[in-house]
Design a protein around this ligand. Structure first.
Ligand SMILES: O=c1ccn([C@@H]2O[C@H](COP(=O)(O)O)[C@@H](O)[C@H]2O)c(=O)[nH]1
Length: 238
């Protein structure tokens, strides 16, 4: 059963080590390294986590011209991560370039990382999307369109809110992955997230994997909260 991906949104390696020390030494976690940690520590944080036996989602959301993204993905492909991503808004050519760069970069490794694309950030509301991005459609149409573009580019799936997982799978295919942040336990604060879903509902809506940051990393008992979220997801998934 799929483990929630824990977003390690920490400022440095010391904070990461202190957080991971809460878990049993042999617990193999699926963790996410985002911009804050990567820009602070660099690629060594990924090597450290991979060497410690954890699966890593490298969440840098690349968005640039195709050549730049391809060359950057070559570098990231050599780090041993399982999953990485781009912004779908970068376009078809950019996503295809990312895929070929990742493939080239990972040739020396045992595993080819899966590439997914961010549709609309879970911190974006429909109103913001329409007013700030001047996208003249509803959010679900934008998200499913970007998911179809990602599928056309040969990507394995998308980052979206679980609210959109069902529609995305109908518009693409059942095995097109929906990786879903914006997860919150019932009656808890949404922080800066706009499209939030509980672990139970995410499972019911067809999410393939949860991404959870603050609800676990800032919990009084992170291990207990991690297992609570994992169990809620598993029970609803069965
Ligand atoms: O649309 C997106 C894409 C990425 N994220 C990332 O997921 C985590 C969520 O953290 P929480 O603390 O659980 O809100 C964070 O690292 C984001 O960068 C996202 O939230 N939405």
């Amino acid at each position: 059963m799929s483990r929630p991906i824990i977003a390690l949104d920490f400022p440095d390696q010391t904070a990461v080590k202190a957080f991971l020390a809460h878990f049993p030494r042999d617990e193999r976690l699926y963790v996410k390294v985002g911009m804050e940690l990567f820009y602070s520590v660099g690629p060594d944080i990924v090597r450290y986590l991979v060497a410690a036996g954890h699966d890593v989602f490298l969440d840098l959301k690349l968005y640039d011209i195709p050549h730049t993204v391809e060359q950057s993905m070559r570098v990231l492909g050599g780090l041993g991560v399982r999953l990485t991503n781009v912004h779908a808004a970068g376009g078809l050519n950019m996503m295809q370039a990312a895929q070929s760069g990742l493939l080239a970069g990972s040739l020396a490794n045992q595993t080819l990382p899966e590439l997914i694309a961010v549709t609309q950030l879970t911190s974006t509301s429909e109103q913001q999307m329409q007013q700030e991005q001047l996208i003249n459609t509803d959010l679900i149409t934008s998200v499913t369109h970007l998911a179809q573009l990602a599928q056309q580019a040969g990507l394995a799936g998308v980052v979206c809110s679980a609210l959109e997982a069902q529609k995305i799978k109908q518009a693409t295919s059942q095995n097109f992955h929906c990786i879903t942040p914006g997860i919150r336990l019932a009656n808890s604060q949404a922080d800066d997230q706009q499209r939030v879903v509980t672990p139970q509902n995410a499972a019911a809506f067809g999410s393939d994997r949860l991404v959870v940051g603050r609800p676990i990393t800032q919990a009084t008992d992170p291990v207990n909260t991690y297992h609570q979220i994992k169990q809620l997801w598993e029970v609803a998934h069965d």
